[in-house]
Design a protein around this ligand. Structure first.
Ligand code: FYN
Ligand code: ADP
Ligand code: MG
Length: 571
């Protein structure tokens, strides 16, 4: 019950509360978009955020809102903010927070929560859960706010934790009652501030630079390997200059594609096996030697390597194999220190020519497959068609998820500019597509094309309604081969195969039913027409591309990770 004084103070605006302090603090830190799903106890935050003229992107499941927030963070270098209700909503968001942390994307998950005195005695609150402790193991930092006067410092801590060093996910836990707790507006204002330089440059040590320069200068077959950490750093010109000044071939990891154009003469993407196996010194720039790079060992790497590793996180070095020349610091500082030290180095022309020759051979071999017609479209002629359309729209952000839909699109579709490809990332997460598409459109204002396997789309397909509701310029292309990996598996007796979907499924009609455009296509010509029309219209469009159910292989290009039983296998 408000007392008399509070009523008077309210009317004279002398009071503020948790709601207002949280929004003031977020706005002061440059946050304008929040991605989330409202309900008890955060509903009012959404309404009030919109009333301030900011955007609240309201999703159908918090996991997708969280994926959106994390991609917003990756694209803007400001923390993406996701807001959820307590317990189940928090848990849905937590998957995305953990994924953001794994991907090194800056994101803040804000969830309403139960009151401490009830949770700590496990007295059975509405959606009771000890969220702070549940979050801690899965994110970079986690804080709970207990007093309105602490909202300012909590948001500053969350912003700095999300952005500094290796970016990542931060959890902010807000017990429900705090939102409506009041305090003097003047005191409240004084409790808010903006962190100075929350993502400071981290300069590599001169002796580390010298060690790396000497190693690279002595290399016969050096290779630059660009990771999404280099893309995130947004020092594109410096990276391009390092590549061109040294004449060293480069190959990008999937989300680093386009950092230097895939069509650049020094791009070794189409000679990947060769450059990994035959190089002698490998310069890792914002790329971890994790599973995606076979942990830096084995047949992927052929001859022994000496690694130079640029990374902002010191203990990433030696995570898998010895690193001969660690360069601990931010990408931009390290790249420019290398450039200074390598000035005038002899370019590895012979090696670069050999790589370029192999790459050109692969590209022309692939080109013939891309234009070979088949009775039912396959991944090559469908993606080849998409590539030919997208090359005229270099501004478009490509979102990509699936197995064969992912691996073939990564190979076929060139990227020409930095941060124009968002995909399943380090974990290979299925279902990131729709959230990523919302964030890409919302943060860039550019058209988005999402190429999704039909299985991957199923994880978050209902968010197409979110896309149509905000009328975002998103084209979703479903690579519909009727199943997980493939659609032609034989049904076991009296059952429908656990790897297949209903062949009657109509994603085009699903798209229309959610308020968008929808078209089913069965030929590359029709696919090209539908894609052009959708991009030109700027309308949310679902293209249901029929792909041969026999096209594709189990798990795409990572079938080597499959585990099969040898017991009782028919010989
Ligand atoms: C690449 N290649 C090309 C081109 N680009 N050939 C012709 N033209 C072009 N433009 C060649 C490249 O040289 C390789 O051939 C091959 O195509 C594949 O290239 P890619 O995709 O870069 O390399 P590869 O071997 O697949 O990389 C391994 C990987 C990758 C693990 C990094 O597969 C990956 O990122 N997978 C992610 C899987 C995932 O997360 N799936 C989601 C869950 S699936 P060669 O040089 O001859 O080798 C759930 O089951
Ligand atoms: P990819 O999957 O593309 O190889 P990873 O996500 O494995 O990329 O690696 C990204 C690496 O980049 C992480 O180890 C992270 O610490 C690092 N990183 C992220 N941002 C920066 C930065 N600004 N400067 C240096 N390293 C960075
Ligand atoms: Mg499929």
């Amino acid at each position: 019950m408000k007392n008399e004084t509070q009523e008077i103070q309210n009317q004279t605006g002398e009071l503020t509360d948790g709601f207002h302090l949280l929004m003031d603090a977020l706005e002061m830190n440059g946050i304008t978009n929040i991605y989330g799903l409202l309900g008890i106890p955060v509903t009012e935050v959404g309404r009030m955020w919109q009333a301030r003229g900011n955007k609240f992107y309201s999703f159908r499941n918090e996991q997708n809102a969280g994926y959106a927030a994390s991609v917003a963070g990756y694209l803007t270098k400001k923390p993406g903010v996701c807001l959820t209700v307590s317990a189940p909503g928090f848990l849905n968001g937590l998957t995305a927070l953990a994924n953001a942390t794994t991907n090194c994307f800056p994101m803040i998950l804000i969830s309403g929560s139960s009151e401490r005195e009830i949770v700590d005695l496990q007295q059975g609150d509405y959606e009771e859960m000890d969220q702070l402790n549940m979050a801690r193991p899965h994110c970079k930092a986690a804080y709970r706010i207990n007093r309105p006067e602490d909202i300012g410092v909590a948001v500053v801590r969350a912003v700095r934790a999300a952005l500094s060093g290796r970016p990542g996910g931060v959890y902010l836990d807000i017990p429900a009652r705090l939102f409506s707790q009041t305090m003097s507006a003047e005191e409240g204002k004084k409790s808010l501030w903006v962190p100075v330089d929350p993502a400071p440059a981290q300069i590599p040590a001169p002796e580390a630079v010298k060690r790396a320069v000497d190693l690279i200068k002595g290399a016969k077959k050096p290779l630059i390997l660009l990771g999404k950490g280099a893309a995130y750093a947004q020092c594109d010109d410096d990276i391009k200059a390092l590549v061109e000044e040294t004449g060293i071939p480069f190959t990008p990891m999937s989300m680093a594609k386009g950092l230097v154009s895939d069509t650049h003469p020094q791009c070794g993407a189409a000679a990947r096996s060769m450059v990994l196996q035959e190089s002698d010194v490998v310069i890792l720039i914002g790329a971890r030697l994790n599973w995606l790079l076979s942990h830096g060992k084995g047949k992927t790497w052929g001859s022994p390597k000496q690694f130079v590793q640029i990374d902002i996180k010191a203990d990433e070095i030696d995570s898998n194999v010895p690193i001969a020349a660690p360069l601990v610091g931010d990408v931009q500082s390290c790249v420019n220190a290398l450039r200074a030290g390598l000035k005038g180095m002899a370019k590895p022309t012979e090696w670069m020519n050999a790589v370029a020759e192999r790459a050109a051979g692969s590209r022309s071999k692939l080109a013939s497959k891309l234009s070979t017609p088949t009775p039912i479209m396959n991944y090559h002629n469908s993606l080849g068609t998409i590539r030919d359309v997208l090359k005229n729209y270099p501004d478009i952000i490509l979102v990509n998820e699936g197995a064969n839909a992912l691996d073939n699109a990564r190979m076929v579709i060139d990227q020409y500019q930095p941060r124009k490809r968002v995909d399943t990332g380090t974990w290979g997460v299925m279902g990131v597509g729709m959230g990523s598409a919302v964030a890409a459109a919302a943060e860039s204002g550019k058209p988005v094309v999402a190429i999704c396997g039909d299985s991957a789309f199923g994880f978050s397909g209902m968010e197409f309604e979110t896309i149509t509701r905000y009328n975002l310029p998103v084209t979703v292309i479903i690579m519909n081969n009727g199943g997980i990996y493939r659609g032609d598996e034989a049904n076991p007796e009296h059952q429908f195969s656990c790897m297949k979907f209903n062949p009657e499924t109509r994603y085009d009609m699903f798209g229309k039913s959610l308020g968008g455009e929808g078209v089913r296509v069965e030929t590359p010509e029709d696919l090209a027409k539908a894609l052009e029309a959708s991009i030109k219209s700027g309308k949310p469009t679902m293209i249901d591309a029929i792909i041969d159910p026999a096209a594709g292989v189990e798990s795409g290009r990572i079938g080597n990770l499959n585990i099969v039983s040898t017991i009782g296998k028919k010989k």
